[in-house]
Design a protein around this ligand. Sequence first.
Ligand code: PLP
Length: 422
Amino acid sequence: MQPRIAGRNFLFVPGPTNVPDRVQRAMMVAMEDHRSSKFPELSTSVLHDLKKVFKTEAGQAFIFPSSGTGAWEAALTNTLSPGDKILAARFGQFSHLWIDMAQRLGFDVQVVEVEWGEGVPLQRYEEILRADQRHEIKGVLACHNETATGVTSDIAGVRRALNAADHPALLYVDAVSSLASIDFRMDDWQVDLAVSGSQKGLMLPAGLGIVCASPKALVARESARCPRVFFDFGDMLRANAGGYFPYTPSLPMLYGLRESLAIMFEEGLDNIFARHHRLAEGVRAAVRAWGLKLCARAPKWHSDTVSAILVPEGTNGADVIDVAYRRYNLALGAGLARMAGKLFRIGHLGDLNELMLLGAIAGTEMAMRDVGIQVTPGSGVAAAAEYYRGTAAPLPARTAAPQSPDATQPAGKAAPRATVRA
Ligand code: PLP
């Protein structure tokens, strides 16, 4: 058995992320009747407010008791028929897994292989779509934020490629590790199926698979012939219309979602995106100061939710992760599939701030030195800290002078020391 390490675990995997105390408390509820007359208040409010997070007015939100993987499946099976042609790019473990799912579901997937460290190849997509004169491609997949490599793709650019080719295919976007952390605009980008999960930017435990479907996607549903039962949009639409679910929903998760939406609206989506960008820039400053490189090959691919950091030749990223976890109580993300051992990842999304990240950067730096990676002690922490200091928002003027405990006494009549209460 491992010895207990005191203090909080530093959770810096790119999901699950820290669940705010407010959300945890909101989830501590007695079970209720999910068919009661009161239940629709909760369900209709979360379904309505989720749309704001996707930035859609026209779209329809669906909440499944699943993870992001279930939401991938729901998006595909509700809108396509067996054998349909799909265009997708593979540039990391999650874009790969979605392709793998599409193939196993019986779709004909045209896969564009891309270097891991780059994102959706817009030019190539446009060429393929232009060449598809008979519009055989029914769906175009794009992973907005490839969590395995820390790469963000240009979804507006994918929409432009579709429009330039005047192609009617549905646009499917994996927003699992971007939603509520990196700007996502379902309506502006005319995304047809946007897929996400609860355990990342939404600051909840894993357990909800969330999909938003455009009106065009809902029309496609009517002729889509893939079998589906648990993930059927039709059953969900009928039940949701009255404020209910076709099966037993997870009440704590829905109460948690209600609270996390409230927290997000209090901060404001644009402020959340700006916070994620600034925190990520600090991590990138630390990586530069360490003399290391990101897996993302160019700044245009840099992800504001996760940094995948390549370790030097002859060292193993898994060793950094192991020491960080066992010695410093810091959880870092692993290199997945072909990136195993070559990198480790710092997740920087959800409910976090500068000092939390500086703790993670310090622990990473210590663990790297422990396993023989020669980074200068304190270099990453100093670079990130200075970046955060230099970019901090000006403090509002203080409205009142700080009070000392005896400040209320008239001048010259300070209370004797013994009577001052803390
Ligand atoms: N897509 C991306 C980009 C992810 O990062 C993940 C999980 O990390 C998934 C899909 C799969 O989601 P889940 O693990 O919730 O099924």
